[in-house]
Design a binder for this molecule. Structure first.
Ligand SMILES: O=P(O)(O)OC[C@H]1O[C@H](OP(=O)(O)OP(=O)(O)O)[C@H](O)[C@@H]1O
Ligand SMILES: O=C(O)c1cc(=O)[nH]c(=O)[nH]1
Length: 212
């Protein structure tokens, strides 16, 4: 399936399983601290075997095409753990995951699983907003001696700040579905109204200050 069709198909499925939430009156607080009228909860996909399989297969196919020298999949905790493990299993590759910070007890690990020193690693994340979480995982891996060849996510909001951050870190990013496709699909299939699209357009003009 070509990348545009995949983007549409995944947007359609995320809408169908109600992974996309709109709440302009009580905005969501994102990991970055930004307030947002929209939330994309890819974690919900795990509860739907057909959607989970579609995402897993699309991620695996894109990884093979874009990062053919991959040796290890590293999921970004927590939402990237289950998806990453499913993909690694399909590709027959080792899997580990990266916490936002080292664990405060036990082994004190930030990277769980054997540290992939000298290995070609693809970082797998469920979603990119600012890209901060993924790039933190990239840094932890790189600092530990891994060779991060790229990152992949199910969905991106397509913010310039994320694109610049991945460029600056010299990490190629692949994403299956995009905010723009999601909004077009949602409007076309009447999940959202034109008025809601206007509100979302307003939000996108300045997402870092919206709602303050
Ligand atoms: O691109 P960013 O601005 O970093 O935002 C995206 C991150 O935010 C969410 O995780 P969250 O921090 O909510 O944690 P979770 O995965 O443990 O649910 C999401 O799963 C990404 O990891
Ligand atoms: O940036 C975030 O924290 C975030 C946004 C979003 O839409 N979904 C999510 O899981 N996290």
């Amino acid at each position: 399936m070509d990348t545009r069709l995949i983007s549409q198909k995944i947007a359609e499925k995320l809408l169908e399983i109600e992974a996309i939430k709109l709440s302009p009156d009580q905005p969501f607080r994102w990991s970055s601290g930004w307030q947002s009228p929209i939330y994309c909860d890819n974690r919900v996909a795990l509860a739907f075997p057909a959607v989970r399989t579609l995402i897993k297969a699309a991620l695996a196919e894109r990884i093979k095409a874009s990062f053919p020298n991959v040796e290890v999949i590293a999921g970004v905790a927590t939402a990237g753990i289950a998806q990453g493990a499913l993909v690694a299993d399909l590709l027959g590759l080792p899997f580990g995951y990266v916490r936002p910070e080292p664990k405060k007890h036990g082994m004190g690990n930030q990277i769980e699983g054997p540290v992939p020193v000298g290995k070609n690693v693809v970082v797998l994340e469920d979603l990119i907003s600012t890209g901060g979480s993924s790039l933190k995982a990239v840094k932890a891996l790189t600092d530990s001696g891994a060779n991060v060849v790229g990152a992949i996510a199910i969905f991106t909001y397509g913010f310039e700040v994320a694109a610049s951050a991945f460029d600056a870190a010299n990490v190629p990013l692949e994403v299956l579905s995009h905010y723009q496709t999601l909004i077009e699909t949602a409007l076309e299939k009447s999940y959202i109204s034109k008025k809601q699209v206007e509100l979302l357009n307003q939000w996108r003009l300045s997402p870092e200050t919206w709602g303050q």
